[in-house]
Design a protein around this ligand. Structure first.
Ligand SMILES: Cc1cc2nc3c(=O)[nH]c(=O)nc-3n(C[C@H](O)[C@H](O)[C@H](O)COP(=O)(O)OP(=O)(O)OC[C@H]3O[C@@H](n4cnc5c(N)ncnc54)[C@H](O)[C@@H]3O)c2cc1C
Length: 412
């Protein structure tokens, strides 16, 4: 019969849970890891289009949203992007860099997962899959974890159940309920790193078109975010890295809708005069053709039609005020958007276990002794670019190393 009493129980076998179990099991502590799926790994295999954008060269608290920026700073002071790269170098996993983003040299997320699984086996972590943790309570100073594969006991518990994103496969939200039953109060939960729905359907016919643009997000008239990136038109609105990063800001604001301003010139023209001087050099060109080669014609047609400029006129025949209108429409195209509310399509969850209920130095609950959290379940969500995996690994490291030193469990 399998042993059912362990020093540390890790609930959830995604990147945060795997890292927690590796560091909790150093110095021969006995560690069990439960995952409700058939295999451990969580969302790791599907990250970065299966290439796994594991971290970023440049990380700061501004790349994250959540209730407390200082929390993120504390986390990375204890386990940084360089520490993560060094950890994997020790496991003979080299990386390649694409801009500031790191990927395994094989460009396969399973390289990362295999290395981590090997390390868990070396450290004697007991991995129990198809085991959903349903209830956690404290009995006689020990945690009792009721799972679909039996009841287990441990001196410490690390909850790493992720969030509600990709909810069909991973995010049941069960971890929040367990945390709540132990006294925690998760903040509101909203989909993050997701798309925007366009409320007026102006660009629905452009689905599939991409264009590098600058996206600014305005919430109640205040600009809260600006980033350049590949903009993807979808059936319902917009996606792409800059939109997804903007979605985190809208999600955390708690507001339903916002306005995005799109600069389709992607910052090429600082002001109208510069635009006008460039355009007027080609007086014979038709208005319908002025952006050929730089902006998809299907997009230009829609915008020029909307502002009711005669596209058959030549630049030299068009009034300066009309050219000003064209400039504004392409440089500051304002669209009302809503957050795509479907957790199944969101890469992360905005909201979670409030950071003021967790000690950032140890990831231990401030409410319940020997209870720890790591990863997406915490009220911190990062931008696209490796920031979320880095957060999952860093918090997993901190939770694992601190859970190792466990004592008798009591409510504080
Ligand atoms: C399509 C996609 C692409 C992404 N690409 C990137 C990327 O390139 N770079 C990046 O940094 N981030 C990326 N992310 C985000 C990243 O995947 C997450 O931030 C990260 O996986 C969070 O790790 P986690 O361990 O906290 O949670 P998860 O990876 O969600 O793992 C949680 C685990 O807990 C298990 N579980 C849940 N409830 C229970 C329960 N009650 N009992 C037992 N087990 C349970 C789940 O089955 C799951 O295996 C991407 C996300 C998606 C959806």
């Amino acid at each position: 019969m399998k042993k059912s009493v362990f020093d540390i129980a890790v609930i959830g076998g995604g990147p945060a849970g795997i890292f927690s179990s590796i560091f909790a099991s150093e110095n021969n502590a006995s560690v069990v890891l439960f995952d409700k799926n058939e295999e451990a790994g969580g969302k790791l295999p599907i990250t970065g289009n299966f290439r796994c954008n594991i971290t970023n060269e440049r990380i700061s608290e501004d790349d994250y949203v959540g209730s407390n920026h200082l929390f993120v700073k504390n986390v990375f002071a204890r386990f940084s992007n360089n520490d993560l790269i060094e950890f994997f170098s020790d496991l003979n996993v080299p990386f390649l860099k694409e801009g500031e983003r790191y990927y395994p040299l094989t460009e396969k997320s399973k390289t990362i997962l295999s290395a981590l699984k090997k390390k868990m086996i070396e450290n004697n972590v007991e991995i129990i899959c198809k085991a959903t943790a349903e209830e956690v309570k404290i009995t006689d100073g020990l945690y009792e974890i009721k799972t679909s594969s039996g009841i287990f006991q441990s001196s410490a518990v690390i909850i790493c159940t992720g969030g509600k994103s990709y909810s069909k496969r991973f995010g049941s939200g069960g971890g929040y309920k367990i945390a709540e039953s132990l006294g925690h109060r998760p903040t509101f939960l909203r989909p993050g790193l997701t798309s925007f729905n366009e409320t007026e359907g102006r660009f629905a016919s452009l689905s599939g078109v991409t264009l590098r643009s600058v996206i600014s997000l305005e919430i109640e008239g205040k600009r809260v975010f600006k980033e350049s990136g590949s903009l993807l038109f979808t059936h319902h609105g917009f996606s792409g890295p800059a939109v997804m990063d903007a979605s985190n800001r809208l999600a955390v604001s708690g507001k339903e809708s916002a306005v995005i301003s799109i600069d389709f010139f992607n910052g090429r023209f600082r002001d109208f005069d510069r635009f006008y001087d460039t355009l007027i050099e080609d007086r014979e060109k038709k208005i319908s053709k002025i952006f050929s080669g730089s902006i998809p014609s299907s997009l230009s047609e829609i915008i020029i039609r909307e502002i009711k400029i005669n596209a058959d006129l030549k630049v030299g025949e068009t009034k300066k005020e009309s050219i000003m209108q064209i400039f504004r429409a392409f440089n500051d195209c304002r669209v009302k958007v809503k957050l795509n509310g479907n957790f199944d399509e969101a890469q992360v969850t905005v909201g979670g276990i409030a950071t003021d209920e967790i000690n950032p130095k140890s990831m231990e609950s401030k409410l319940v002794k020997n209870l720890f959290f790591a990863g997406e379940i915490i009220d911190i969500a990062g931008d696209c670019g490796g920031y979320n995996l880095q957060f999952a690994f860093s918090t997993g490291y901190i939770a694992g190393t601190n859970a190792r030193c466990v004592g008798k469990t009591t409510h504080l």
